[in-house]
Design a protein around this ligand. Sequence first.
Ligand SMILES: Cc1cc2nc3c(=O)[nH]c(=O)nc-3n(C[C@H](O)[C@H](O)[C@H](O)COP(=O)(O)OP(=O)(O)OC[C@H]3O[C@@H](n4cnc5c(N)ncnc54)[C@H](O)[C@@H]3O)c2cc1C
Length: 489
Amino acid sequence: MDAQVIVVGAGPAGMMLAGELRLAGADVIVLEKLAARTGESRGLGFTARTMEIFDQRGLLPRFGDIEVSNVGHFGGLPVDFAVLDGAHQAAKTIPQSATETVLEEWATQLGADIRRSCEVLSLTEKEDSVEVEVRGPSGVHTLRADYLVGCDGGRSTIRKAAGFDFPGTASTLEMFLADVKGISLPPRMIGETLPGGMVMVGPLPGGVTRLIVCERGTPPQRRETPPTWQEVADAWQRLTGDDISHAEPVWVSSFGDATRLVTEYRRGRVLLAGDSAHIHLPAGGQGMNTSIQDAVNLGWKLGAVVRGRAPEALLDTYHAERHPVGQRLMMNTRAQGLLFLSGAEVQPLRDVLNELIAYPEVSRHFAAMVSGLEIRYDIDGGSHPLLGRRLPDVRLTGDKLVHSSTDALQRARGVLLDLSDNAGLRRRATPWQDRVDVITAAAADLPAGSPLEGTTAVLLRPDGYVAWAAPGSHADLPMALERWFGPAR
Ligand SMILES: Cc1cc2nc3c(=O)[nH]c(=O)nc-3n(C[C@H](O)[C@H](O)[C@H](O)COP(=O)(O)OP(=O)(O)OC[C@H]3O[C@@H](n4cnc5c(N)ncnc54)[C@H](O)[C@@H]3O)c2cc1C
């Protein structure tokens, strides 16, 4: 074997997965066809859940000063993220290229072997391994690993080569993206619906302005080269009446609303994460964030399996947990596209939703949906309200080293929070001490109505989701430990 896992693609999903696999102690090679990053940034920031995930791994300081904001939208309807629980708001205007650079440095420091100018051409699945044919700087060669993960984007070679089904709908329109310098336009961060379409304007670092332009009735095109700045400026003028052609383009691109989701996230020894598994209209800034969260769901499971610490069946929970998240993503981006990009015929619907969104419960529903905080994995085993959910950051007192539930996850191991100093409970977890940290502490400063009130113990998976909680879980703690962390030792 050349590695336990080969990851194809060094985008956000591939880099996050490589780091998580290294934290789990797995050997990983990342193959990336590009010689260097392009510096282009489709994505621009983090949802609240991605902020929490980066915080769990101690990554946030690497991004420098992060501008956060509670202002969001659902298909152009304003949503206030302040209604959500948790320590983090969404982060704005962090270019995807900066995110990729941070994640690549992190994964490299953790020991991932990242090989650029290496394009995967094909794959062959064997009974005990997967082989890929790679075109690299010194010619075509073969590499072999226990498992292969395609993080190679929306046009994924791995998805096609491994025969994954990718049903959905083709693009119905073409939208423009332009990053420009030399103009000052009033921001339209959540977009503005106009008689002929929709425009969005937001500031980027370095005096750059991001424009998104959608002219209704513009059919998708098969382009060999990006659109010209003049095409974008002309569309802008038709929609707004303003001439901005004097601006200096930094990057011009086009995209559509194709919406597709694989039917399986795993076929034998081949798995998919990120855009290789799901493509959709980039509404609400969710694609990269969901891709990173796919990687965090998969990394610790695959790491445990290749290290012989957990049974292969653990990998099936990756599809079981992330496919429903993908389905919700398809649903909400389609709905946002209809609200955002349709004409006057949907105005009554927008008006009704605008009334509804004023209710805190409705606003919370939309905010949770696009921020990743609504996720509840189907972890059967009881009625505790935290089961299957991520644990919002909790301050802990009583342990010398760990001061919050977020700190406790930095090592990407399981965590048993013993919140009632229960020696019997701790003893039951001892056979898993090589995989699960036990922390005896008290939860402090709980907000009113916190589901942690009255909770005496919580078992967290390395991705921060609650696998067991007491009181209220039917399964014994050892059963839950065995299910998520493998047999006792
Ligand atoms: C206009 C626009 C705006 C967006 N804005 C946001 C936003 O604000 N927030 C957000 O969360 N998301 C946003 N997205 C979506 C986001 O950009 C993607 O979801 C994200 O890049 C997916 O990451 P990934 O790692 O799965 O794939 P990618 O970023 O596509 O990375 C795939 C990598 O695989 C490599 N690769 C491909 N084929 C091979 C091969 N055969 N061999 C080796 N390497 C290969 C590629 O070179 C690339 O580096 C936006 C998208 C668009 C189009």
